[in-house]
Design a binder for this molecule. Structure first.
Ligand code: ATP
Length: 403
């Protein structure tokens, strides 16, 4: 689509959650709900009461499993779907009911949707010609856009004469040439093989940095979201489960869903045996103890779940006097070259995965059935809330980051 607005829009001064209001706000969703109606007339809520603020110039990703409502959210920003409830604002202007071609955004899809009968130059020039932009300006802007995606020499080719990656670059140039204030990308790299996808991820980030416009990127690929984004919203069943920088999402997953969806995580469950200062303690007697910072109100006797990432755990011969220690027995060993993954049956009742770097100094290679101790810093234990806890999880996040 080609949807450049004719007039620049005023800057936002509306007060909305997550980020302070101000001129750096690009996109705001406030209380947005989307209900679909099935053919039999049954209602289905695809997006539930979404509040979201995306900053100008931000690379923002909506990440989640199939059917969680990412594309519906993006389509409401683009104007292809109308919100059932709530408001959508672009640069402070309420566009909730504004048609797509009157919004200052462009969309890039997984299917490149190039015109096969036109050469690359004409594909990119299409929107500008429709807007009756002068010929010389079209020539300069198309060339600039093609060079931005490193396709400057291929303007005369037809789409069928290009690889998938090259076609996606053209689709990107066609979206950028209109100079939209925001680019909405719906799994744009989904059709490419892994290696090309990884190259294009770095390319996309470079292009976004160079053009400086807001990118909203939909993906179900957590690696992709972590690689490129300034911030990520993890979505689950139509809600934002957690919102933060890639590091926050990875290092401090607030819910069991996020912990399970992003990377590999170990989840331990148990009843709190005692409190020790800022920590809750699960005590396994001679087989060790697990400490977790009390970022939520926790009392002795409460059942809790916590997560610890595999790379934070060390394999040692003896339990250390301080910190977390768990006795275990090696169940599986997977050698991966730079690292080895161990699955260890533990005294906590669940298996724990440990990533061990095969560094020059690491001597303790283990085999199945070997006894071992797991050791980690209490700060790498992270208390979880239930999946779908939504506002509570967000409020908890706020209170931990504020404090
Ligand atoms: P995917 O990664 O598979 O594209 P998604 O997270 O983008 O998934 P959406 O496409 O937003 O998910 O769909 C969210 C939910 O709404 C799904 O259950 C989907 O089946 C449903 N849905 C989407 N579009 C429609 C529609 N036009 N009519 C009815 N239901 C729809």
């Amino acid at each position: 689509m080609s949807t450049t607005m004719e007039t620049p829009m005023p800057q936002s001064d509306a007060a909305l959650p997550e980020r302070p209001p101000g001129p750096d706000t690009a996109i705001e969703l406030s209380g947005v709900v989307k209900d679909y109606q099935s053919r039999r007339g049954e209602g289905f809520r695809a997006v539930q009461n979404l509040d979201l603020t995306i900053g100008a110039g931000e690379f923002f990703s909506l990440l989640g499993p199939s059917g969680c409502g990412k594309t519906t959210t993006l389509r409401m920003i683009a104007g292809f779907e109308e919100a059932t409830e709530g408001r959508v604002l672009l640069y402070g202007q309420d566009v909730t009911t504004t048609p797509p071609n009157k919004r200052d955004v462009n969309m890039v899809f997984q299917s490149y949707a190039l015109f096969p009968h036109m050469d690359i130059f004409s594909n990119v020039a299409f929107g500008l010609r429709r807007h009756k932009v002068p010929k010389e300006e079209i020539r300069a802007r198309v060339q600039e856009a093609l060079e931005m995606v490193e396709m400057g020499d291929l303007g005369k080719r037809r789409p069928t004469q290009l690889s998938g990656g090259q076609q996606q670059r053209v689709a990107l140039a066609r979206a950028l040439v209109n100079r939209p204030r925001a680019l909405l990308l719906d799994e744009p790299l989904g059709a490419l093989d892994l290696k090309l996808r990884q190259t294009m991820q770095i390319e996309l980030k470079r292009i976004q940095r160079e053009v400086g416009i807001t990118f909203v990127y939909v993906t179900h690929d957590q690696g992709e979201a972590l690689t490129m984004s300034d911030r990520v919203a993890v979505m689950n069943r139509g809600r934002i489960e957690q919102l933060g920088t890639p590091e926050e999402i990875y290092e401090r997953p607030a819910t069991k869903f996020t912990a399970g969806f992003i990377g590999t995580s170990n989840i331990l469950a148990g009843q709190v045996d005692r409190l020790d200062g800022d920590h809750a303690v699960l005590d396994y007697g001679d087989s060790g103890r697990v400490l977790v910072p009390r970022r939520l109100p926790v009392a002795t006797g409460d059942r809790i779940e916590l997560t610890v990432r595999p790379e934070k755990i060390s394999l040692v011969d003896e339990p250390l006097p301080r910190g977390c220690a768990l006795r275990g027995s090696v169940k599986e060993v997977v050698y991966l070259g730079t690292s080895t993954n161990y699955t260890v049956a533990t005294a906590a009742g669940s298996d724990v995965v440990v990533f061990q770097q095969n560094s020059a100094t690491f001597r303790g290679h283990l085999g199945r059935g070997d006894d071992v101790w797991l050791s980690w810093e209490p700060d790498h234990s992270y208390l979880l809330t239930d999946s779908g806890a939504g506002p509570r999880a967000a409020a908890l996040e706020d209170s931990t980051t504020a404090g």
